[in-house]
Structure formats: C-alpha cells, structure tokens
Design a protein around this ligand. Structure first.
Ligand code: SF4
Length: 261
C-alpha cells in the first residue's frame, strides 16, 4: 500500500496553493498543522476560508501537555538560545515525529523563489530519509504568484501580510527566535500589549533576544523610532527544528543564563 501524503499546512498563501495542488493530485492527502495556540486570530480565519475553498479539513497535531508557547517559555524560564527554542521542539517536532510514518510523502509550500528553493534543497539533504516534495517549486510558482492566486480565488489574505510580517508565526507572543530589531519594532507597532508582555518576561529571565549595534539587547531597548521595514523572522519549519531534535541533550534553560546566551 502506498504511503500517506502529508501536506504541511502553515496558514499562509503559498501553503494554500500548495494544498490545492496536492489535493488535486491526491484527494486523500492529509492537510496537517502542528498547533501552537499562538497564531493571530486572522490566521485561523484564513485557515477556515481556505479549507472551505478546498472542501477539506486540517488535521491538528499537538502534544498532550505542551499546548501554549507562553506556558512552555514560562515553565522552563527560557525563550530561545543557540540551541534553539523549546517551543519548536515540544510543540512542532515532537507531535510530528509521533504522527509521521516512514513511508509518508511530506509536501511543503516552498515557492520557486531562490531563498525557498535553497531552503528546500537543505531540507532534502538534511532529511534524506524522508520523501519530500514542493509542488510550487515543481511548477515554478513564486510567492508573488501565490498571493495573486489566492486573491483571484476570492480569498482574503491574512492581515499579517499587509502589516509587513515576512511570516505570521506566533503573533500572540512574537517569535522568540527572531533577533531582528526591525521585527520586534514592527511587532511592537502592531501588537503593543503582546510586545509589552514578552518584553517584560524577557527582562525577568535575562533573555536578550535582539541585537543593537552589534550587542545583545533586550527588546524593550529598541528605540521607539527604529525602522520596521525588512523585518526578519525565521521560518518555523523542519529546518528550524534541527538543533532541537535531540531533547535529551538539550541543556536546561537554567544552564543558559536564563535565556538566550
Ligand atoms: S514560530 Fe517562534 S515562537 Fe513560534 S513555535 Fe516557532 S520558534 Fe517558537
């Protein structure tokens, strides 16, 4: 019997078109997403719209105990460091490993833009034991094209695109792996209350999440007039998790000076 097709849905435009292509090829494909309970509400609205459009549903994967990024950060008094982020490990890697089978085909929404092509190649090399596909790359579809295709389908894009976020991961806290002061300045601009909560907690545990003038800095040290364009935030995909795969060898947060070393 052929293996399952697992399409890793991310609540974004590229993912929507990749899911549509995947279902056209294999109507039994599983549209899967690891739940962080940390997404912007408009992402969930977009997800519902896309699933109605595709006449499909999302298979939600989540751990038994770790169901909130904020709680993971608090329980371990740790956000992210050189060894990665526990939120990825516990809420994305662990549920995926528990769900996947050796003969699954993993489908991703990487686009035909150069950065995505390179990332997909790295993923293929890193996870050589998995069968992986990227239908948008196979068909030469760029990110800009996916945005246009989604709009032509009558779907309203998630609001985070208009805000200027390169990806919409974890907008209820901000992504703990983001080092870019432009990202945090943009996050503060659009989500001031959520920014204040994350900034206060980072102070409490001594986590200098960003860099200013070549020095590690607390995110509340970012000047009020700091630029917000070209914000950078890592994709939280399979590659993001490589450093965190080995739970057993991961140092406890208390061993890393309360946060990012
Ligand atoms: S997007 Fe960032 S904050 Fe969210 S799970 Fe991934 S690493 Fe953690």
């Amino acid at each position: 019997m052929a293996g399952r097709t697992l399409m890793w849905w991310s609540t974004g435009a590229a993912s929507a078109i990749a899911a549509a292509l995947t279902l056209r090829e294999d109507p039994a494909a599983i549209i899967a997403r690891c739940e962080t309970n940390n997404e912007d509400p408009d992402n969930y609205r977009f997800e519902a719209d896309v699933m109605r459009w595709l006449n499909a549903s999302v298979t939600i994967l989540q751990a038994e105990t770790d169901r909130s990024v904020w709680n993971v950060w608090q329980r371990r008094r740790y956000i992210a460091g050189i060894n990665g982020a526990q939120c990825t490990t516990l809420m994305k890697v662990a549920p995926r490993l528990a769900f996947q089978r050796p003969d699954d085909v993993h489908v991703f929404g990487y686009t035909a833009d150069r950065g995505d092509v390179e990332r997909f190649e790295r993923l293929r090399e890193t996870y050589f034991e998995l069968t992986v596909r990227a239908p948008l790359i196979e068909q030469g579809i760029t990110k800009a094209a996916t945005l246009a295709m989604v709009e032509r389908a009558g779907l309203k894009l998630p609001r985070s695109y208009a805000m200027g976020f390169p990806n919409a991961n974890c907008l209820l806290t901000g992504c703990g792996k983001a080092k870019s002061p432009r990202y945090w300045a943009l996050y503060r601009k659009h989500f001031p209350a959520e920014f204040a909560r994350t900034a206060a907690y980072a102070r409490e545990i001594g986590a200098r999440l960003t860099e200013l003038n070549g020095e590690r800095a607390f995110i509340d040290e970012i000047p009020a007039d700091h630029p917000t364009t070209d914000a950078i935030v890592p994709a939280c995909d399979f590659l993001c998790a490589i450093a965190e795969q080995d739970l057993a060898s991961h140092p406890a947060p208390s061993e890393i000076e309360g946060g990012r070393p």
